[in-house]
Design a protein around this ligand. Structure first.
Ligand code: GLA
Length: 739
């Protein structure tokens, strides 16, 4: 993409409102030289760059390595004199992908992350807010004259540079010293009562006084109880406070600290987690998809997912020859020789009754007839996944009952591979995974499936061994360990592709087709998941290499921006989804996530999480939970076990929802289901709770429809001509309407 920048904005930094100097553009050069930090260095020949979007979007696509930004800033003396506190200058640099060092008039004022040549080696801090403070007494500041702010950046891969906000300079206020920490979870005391602890931290060396205002808001009924208390926090001190809450269905907590001298405020609103999925009935109920794809003669493994008071007793009518069902566990094993549709009836009983469900095993070439459902280690453990961590999540999958709703795959992502292959050239696991075959057997005995990760390049994205030139050998190893799912991640294959200098689509597809053949030659059903971030419209050719799913985007993270940008942009691929061929907008970001040793609760609000699950189900996306299931909380469990919502994802017709209404504030997505009914998601993308209305005719539908709320599993009645629903900010109403 070419972006035209006007060169006259070059030296102009402007004061957009009273005390903030915005820095929308900078001078820019790739490469590295310490002289670039010196004010005297001439940057006349450098290029202009926008300082709020990555350089890849501004003519430096795929540039990885060093680069420098230089901002020329006039600091008016009034900035200092108008400030009440007159203590320090704040330099805000949004986020910097990946590592940076910041110089003001030649003096280094800060650093974030670690450069490859540093003692610690390369450590990215791409997602960290970059803010630096400089005391106004510093001699090197030039008041009323030019100052040079130079930023040295290193990009270790993917996008690079300053992004996610416009940099600015301002004076610090006392309010900037206050941080509201609301990380402690809401404690539920009884059905209607809860409490929330919040902490105000004073990060400055100066006493700060003011008022804490808070309100508990009953969102549905628009009622609020407001309170105020005086607060006085000693230098670097803390103030803790417990807010008592009387619960309605949806409650928001609002808090605001108002600094006493300037009356400046900081505010936070949070939604108290609220459960929508009704508790499962004690009577037996068979959940999950009603089709299952296998290849002839491959080992068969399927656990009948069912809820109800334990013990349950499982049986199958018309079980095809070659299969047997374990009456106590519901695990069906064996193999089927003949191609074709094998129809049977699954039966589950307990002391309260019986449930039956028609089920078809399609024996042919196609796997993953409905989107794969399971767990993947990446969004929680990143490269620090281990055998033990995998086992904890697998056990929780069973103990918490997720397996009874169809959650099956337990997939290890990157980080399991040893540093070198063995003397036969075979890939082996590192010491975090002592015995993969044993792990496979353990999972299979419990009715779970086993997934693994590799790259067509010589190295994975995390720098571990990839499969390059060992594809067949690796596929054989996977089959030997009992692998059921392979995520195959482009990563360092980029180097091979570039070196071969063949830019044809065939050259691009080649590594995926090599692994396809290797997998196909194993007597094992291995779901094939292509991961190359959607390059070259993978949805158009993924099926030609027998890919069962393919990532359509870059990596997701647990923020509303990431969820919104990925989820609501899955518009062009919908026609390519179908049984065995799924668009994959990346794994789920619910529960405890962290991409490493330190996990945190997802930063998505409860409403954003309802949006996430609803949208992924409408998109027929693979559902891979990316959190530590050992620490699964009641809200996340409830979110992941709504069978009517999951049924939208697992619908055998395999259509993907289409965006049917898009406005600045809301969107409606509609998915056709096998029985002729439709699932419709009404999403509020705005920052305000709202009532959203639309006519059925806007969706191309007839005039009258019966609607059911899928999250609450409640019929809503008959709607003539139009539908209207209250939708919380960033939240969703998910309905199913009759034909
Ligand atoms: C890439 C993928 C992620 C994850 C990591 C592992 O970034 O997109 O999903 O697999 O590699 O290194």
């Amino acid at each position: 993409m070419k972006i035209l920048l006007c060169s006259c904005c070059l030296f102009i930094s402007f004061i957009s409102f009273a005390q903030r100097i915005e820095l929308p553009t900078a001078r820019f050069i790739t490469g590295d030289d310490i002289k670039y930090s010196y004010p005297a260095t001439d940057d006349g020949n450098w290029k202009d760059i926008q300082a709020n979007i990555v350089w890849d979007a501004q003519g430096y696509e795929k540039y990885d390595g060093y680069a420098w930004y230089r901002f020329h800033i006039v600091l008016p003396a009034s900035l200092k004199t108008n400030s009440l506190w007159k203590d320090s200058l704040r330099i805000f640099l949004a986020k910097i992908d990946d590592v940076c060092e910041v110089y003001l008039n030649g003096t280094k004022i800060g650093k974030s992350g670690s450069f490859p040549e540093d003692k610690e080696g390369y450590i990215t801090t791409w997602n960290k807010k970059q803010e630096y403070h400089v005391a106004i007494s510093k001699q090197y500041l030039n008041w009323g004259a030019d100052n040079l702010l130079a930023v040295r950046v290193y990009d270790g891969g993917g996008a690079g540079g300053i992004f996610s906000g416009t940099p600015y300079v301002s004076m610090l206020d006392l309010i900037d010293g206050i941080e509201i920490n609301n990380h402690s979870p809401v404690e539920f005391l009884s059905k209607n009562k809860a409490k929330k602890n919040i902490l105000l931290a004073n990060n400055f060396n100066q006493r700060i006084s003011g008022t804490l205002h808070y309100a508990v808001i009953d969102v549905e009924n628009d009622k609020a109880e407001k309170h105020s208390i005086p607060v006085n926090i000693s230098p670097n001190g803390k103030f803790t406070f417990t807010i008592p809450v009387t619960l309605a269905e949806r409650n928001n907590l609002y808090y605001e600290f108002e600094e006493g001298q300037t009356r400046k405020k900081i505010q936070l609103t949070e939604t108290i987690p609220y459960l929508l999925t009704p508790a499962p009935s004690p009577s037996p109920k068979i959940n999950g998809a009603n089709v299952f794809g296998i290849r002839p003669n491959a080992p068969f493994l399927f656990k009948i997912p069912a809820t109800g008071k334990k013990p349950l007793q499982y049986s199958v009518e018309n079980l095809p020859a070659g299969l047997k069902v374990d009456a106590a566990t519901g695990i069906i094993t064996g193999s089927i020789k003949t191609k074709g549709d094998h129809k049977m009836t699954l039966i589950v009983k307990n002391s309260l009754g019986t449930d039956k469900k028609e089920f078809t095993v399609k024996c042919g070439d196609l796997l993953a007839l409905t989107p794969p459902m399971g767990w993947n280690s990446w969004n929680c453990w990143g490269l620090s996944v281990s055998d033990e961590r995998l086992k904890i999540s697998a056990q929780a999958m069973i103990d918490k009952g997720l397996i009874d709703h169809g959650w099956t795959y337990m997939n290890i992502d990157d980080g399991w591979e040893a540093e070198t292959r063995n003397e036969k050239g075979e890939i082996v696991s590192n010491k975090k995974f002592p015995d993969l075959k044993k792990m496979g057997d353990w999972l299979h005995n419990k009715g779970l499936k086993f997934g693994i990760y590799s790259s067509p390049g010589s190295k994975t994205c995390g720098g571990y061994l990839g499969s390059y030139q060992h594809e067949l050998q690796d596929a054989q190893s996977y089959a030997g360990w009992g692998i059921d799912y392979l995520k195959y991640d482009w990563c360092s294959y980029e180097t091979v592709y570039r070196n071969e200098k063949d830019t044809s689509l065939a050259a691009f597809i080649k590594p995926y087709s090599i692994m396809q053949l290797a997998l196909q030659s194993q007597n094992r059903d291995i779901v094939y998941s292509l991961c190359q971030y959607g390059m070259k419209d993978v949805w158009k050719w993924g099926a030609t290499v027998n890919g069962n799913c393919w990532r359509t985007t870059g990596d997701i993270e647990d923020s509303w921006e990431s969820l919104r940008n990925i989820g609501f942009n899955q518009t062009s691929q919908y026609a390519y989804a179908g049984p065995g061929r799924w668009n994959d907008p990346d794994m789920m970001i619910v529960g405890q996530v962290g991409w490493g040793d330190n996990l945190h609760p997802t930063r998505l609000t409860p409403d954003e999480q309802y949006t996430h699950v609803s949208l992924w189900c409408l998109l027929s996306a693979p559902l891979l939970i990316g959190c530590d299931l050992g620490k699964l909380d009641d809200f996340t469990l409830n979110l992941l076990t709504n069978d009517e919502v999951i049924a939208v994802d697992q619908d055998p017709l395999g259509k993907q929802a289409k965006q049917v209404i898009k406005t600045d504030t809301y969107q409606v997505w509609m998915k056709e289901l096998e029985d002729g009914s439709k699932a419709i998601g009404i999403f509020n993308l705005s920052d305000k709770n709202d009532v959203i209305r639309f006519y059925w005719s806007q969706l191309g539908l007839t005039d009258t429809h019966k609607a059911r709320d899928l999250w609450r599993q409640k019929d809503l009645g008959i709607f003539r001509s139009m539908f209207a629903t209250k939708v919380p900010s960033h939240g969703v109403t998910l309905i199913r309407i009759d034909k």
